[in-house]
Design a protein around this ligand. Structure first.
Ligand code: 13P
Length: 340
């Protein structure tokens, strides 16, 4: 295990102003995203769309990494440049989603556990050869107002995350450890904070037991936020304060960076929340983004599958990257959304 390399890759991904673009939608997920703009999910359309993303102007200023799906890691630009090579050439680390999705947890109705550990070591070797420098595994923590998640489901997911992270480090890939407490549901922000705290505590206990090097990983958590159907939605400042409190209590200072998922927040809210947290002053870790929908929703809306719209779609991505880069040090303002 090359400790220096793991640490320097992890730190480069969250360097000043930088964060991650999650463009690792699995085939069923990208099909859903394309359906929202009436684009058919063919292999060529997926390739065209990813080429649009990765060739956008100026994104290397604020993207330290891009997470890819298996198919995308093997695809190339129209001119034949493999995507991992294109990205590393721009100074952006290529990453790879390696989990195989969340499945119902046997005997625990309402809970899920993420699969994908079988054969993972061999897959990681190949991914590294294809150019990946980091990886992602998403644990999905369902939440309701009472019994879900069970303590057992939290433990099962934390255990899988830690086994994945240890394997990644052994094979020279920086693991992004993603325990996502979902935003779906009617629970309040207090319940989200309590569950997120329990989940982070379990995750770091398992990472420790599995001898994962904290300096050579990144954490990708949810923000502490009310469920989407909750009647009382917390304000931006309340989300920032609760999220920082929860992270300070449960994330060791040795972790170089925390890169939030957007989880269904609007692009503007996700940027605003990150900005408010960074405006609270320095924390032990870099606080950054690893957004999927919050970076791509405006891009898809501008693109509509048409070559004629590629330039406009690329401008939409460059703008979101730029604004999130500003949110990295608390210098974003909502009024900037109106500027060109
Ligand atoms: P969202 O930002 O759309 O939640 O996606 C991030 C991600 O990678 C989820 O695994």
């Amino acid at each position: 295990m090359n400790i220096d390399e793991l640490e320097s890759v992890a730190r480069a991904i969250v360097a000043r102003q930088k964060g991650v673009l999650a463009a690792d939608e699995s085939s069923p997920t990208i099909k859903k995203r394309f359906a929202s703009i009436a684009v058919e999910s063919t292999e060529e359309n997926r390739r065209r769309y990813r080429e649009l993303l990765f060739t956008s102007d100026g994104i290397e200023r604020t993207l330290g990494g891009v997470i890819l799906f298996d198919e995308t890691l093997r695809q190339s630009t129209r001119d034949g440049v493999p995507f991992p090579k294109l990205l590393s050439g721009r100074g952006i680390a290529p990453g790879i989603k390696v989990d195989e999705g969340a499945k119902a947890l046997a005997r625990y109705p309402g809970d899920r556990v993420t699969e994908g550990l079988d054969g993972l070591r061999e897959r990681l070797v190949e991914y590294r050869q294809l150019g990946a420098r980091f990886a992602k595994w998403r644990a999905v923590i369902d939440i309701d107002e009472r019994d879900i998640p069970t303590a057992f489901a939290i433990r099962a997911n934390a255990h899988a995350l830690a086994r994945y992270a240890a394997l990644c480090q052994e094979e020279g890939l920086v693991p992004i450890v993603e325990p996502e407490v979902l935003m779906d549901g009617a629970h309040g922000i207090e319940r989200c904070e309590a569950v997120t705290a329990q989940v982070l505590e379990a995750v770091f206990a398992e990472l420790d037991a599995h001898r994962v090097l904290l300096e050579g990983m990144l954490l990708k958590p949810n923000m502490v936020i009310a469920g989407m159907k909750c009647v009382r939605q917390a304000g931006v400042q309340e989300v920032a304060v609760a999220t920082i409190r929860c992270l300070r209590r449960h994330v060791p200072a040795a972790v170089p960076g925390i890169v939030f998922l957007s989880g269904g927040q609007s692009a503007e809210d996700a940027t605003d929340h990150l900005n408010a947290m960074n405006a609270m002053g320095r924390q032990p870790w870099e606080l950054s983004f690893s957004y999927g929908r919050a970076l791509q929703a405006p891009v898809l809306a501008a693109w509509q599958g048409l070559d004629a719209n590629v330039a406009a779609a690329q401008r939409a991505l460059s703008k979101r990257c730029h604004l999130n880069g500003l949110a990295r040090n608390g210098s974003y303002a909502r009024s900037m959304e109106e500027d060109g």
